[in-house]
Design a protein around this ligand. Structure first.
Ligand code: ASP
Ligand code: MG
Length: 417
């Protein structure tokens, strides 16, 4: 007997027919003798609808009440799945976030899970009941309902798996695994059998939107074995193996590639401050007010000083934050002492990721040469131990992803012959 968490996304929960299919799948795992907790998302599109209601009601809505509203989508699907399970003879009940409870911080709309009480849940599972748990929701001190940020039910599932000491956490979604890159851009992208937590974390943070980034960090910390697989099944009701997210020690040298994946993110903006005084403290005067405004900065480039004793500073931030960034600098114009404030949203960040690059030289050089040969200009660069990212013109994203995928030998071999 194993303990498993199964998580179903919004597409799998969109409508009673699909919920019945999910129930069949859960039944199969339960009848195989497993203890099963199911974490569900709201029906696809439902959370957007609820968010819009809040905005319509008031542009300055109370985040505590926003959480009351937007958490309701998962309450509905959890109840419906419990009903569907009961109707096919599976003992099941729902457990809302406040009933377990799932304790969180009070950061409404993006709360963090602090602790999950599993005493009552354990007793229910031991009595042979399937537990159905709405994702995305929790309870803060003061008994207020919270939500975990968009896409947060992945994090709910991983946190449940950690708290229950589950043997695995299977995330059923509308893609059938993690690919070397976006298959819509590169049809020869390969599905990865295994990927390490660290790689997945980097891939998620640079645009591969399979899992909420935070859920991957949590899985890594708690060593939860996560499997991403398709919620759509073949004729006999089984799904193909997906991608396992595991510790590095589980990946053997045979299957290790230099680069594991290529990702892109078109949601960044490039901001440049020209003629900033070239003296100690100048960079701090730029980035401190941004940090105080809670704006995340990613790539940073400081050019060499002009003969006039000034320098240009370029960085990237999420496009959605651009208005706030500009506002911060208009207010700090005197304190920083720059000349011009330039920005460009027609940029895209392309990254290559792989734990293999730790022990190999030349990964970045290959990237720059491959892009240069195609006439793609690099505007900024950042690296980590297992990632190299470049900022390029947005229109060149697809070309860059394609040529890099080929250059690192990631294309699937031609199987046509
Ligand atoms: N329903 C929430 C959202 O759409 C949480 C989730 O599905 O992960 O963001
Ligand atoms: Mg999701």
């Amino acid at each position: 007997m194993a303990r498993i968490v199964m998580k179903f996304g919004g597409t799998s929960m969109a409508g009673i027919e699909r919920i019945r299919n999910v129930a069949m799948r859960v039944k199969r795992e339960a009848e195989a003798g497993n203890q099963v907790a199911v974490v569900v998302s709201a029906m696809a599109g439902e959370t957007d609808r609820l968010v819009n209601f809040c905005r319509e009601a008031s542009s300055l809505y109370d985040p505590r009440e926003y959480d009351v509203v937007v958490s309701s989508g998962e309450q509905i699907t959890a109840g419906l799945l419990a009903i569907a399970l009961q109707s096919i003879g599976v003992k099941a009940r729902s457990w809302l976030g406040w009933q377990l409870p799932i304790r969180t911080s009070d950061g409404h709309a993006s709360a963090r899970i602090a602790d999950i009480d599993t005493v009552a849940l354990d007793a229910s599972l031991a009595a042979g009941e399937v537990a159905v748990i709405p994702g995305f929701q929790g309870l803060a001190a003061g008994e207020r309902v919270t939500t975990l940020g968009r896409g947060g039910s992945d994090t709910s599932a991983v946190a449940m798996a950690a708290a229950m000491k589950a043997d695995r956490c299977d995330i059923y979604t509308d893609v059938d695994g993690v690919y070397t890159t976006d298959p819509r851009i590169v049809p020869r992208a390969r599905k990865l059998k295994r990927v390490t937590y660290e790689e997945m974390l980097e891939l998620a943070s640079v645009g591969a939107k399979v899992l909420q980034t935070r859920s991957v960090g949590l899985a890594m910390k708690e060593k939860v074995r996560v499997q991403v697989l398709s919620s759509f099944v073949d004729a006999d009701g089984a799904s193909e193996p997906g991608t396992l997210i595991v510790g590095e020690e589980e990946i053997d040298d045979m299957e290790r590639q230099l680069i594991t994946g290529v990702a892109y993110d078109k949601n960044e903006a490039k901001i440049t401050l020209t003629a900033v005084p070239d003296r100690p403290g100048a960079v701090a005067s730029i980035f401190t007010p941004l940090a105080e405004a809670n704006i995340n900065v990613d790539m940073i480039v400081q050019n060499i000083a002009h003969s006039t004793g000034s320098t240009d500073v370029t960085f990237t931030a999420p496009q959605a934050e651009l208005a706030r960034v500009l506002d911060v600098f208009e207010k700090q114009r005197e304190a920083i002492g720059f000349e011009q404030l330039l920005h460009d949203t027609r940029v895209s960040k392309v990254s290559v990721v792989g734990v293999g690059m730790r022990s190999h030289a030349g990964v970045a050089a290959t990237m720059f040469k491959t892009l240069g040969d195609r006439g793609i200009n690099v505007q900024a660069i950042t690296t980590s131990e297992i990632k190299v990212s470049v900022l390029i013109h947005e229109d060149e994203t697809e070309l860059a992803v394609r040529v890099l995928h080929t250059a690192y030998g990631l294309d699937v071999e031609d199987t046509a012959a």
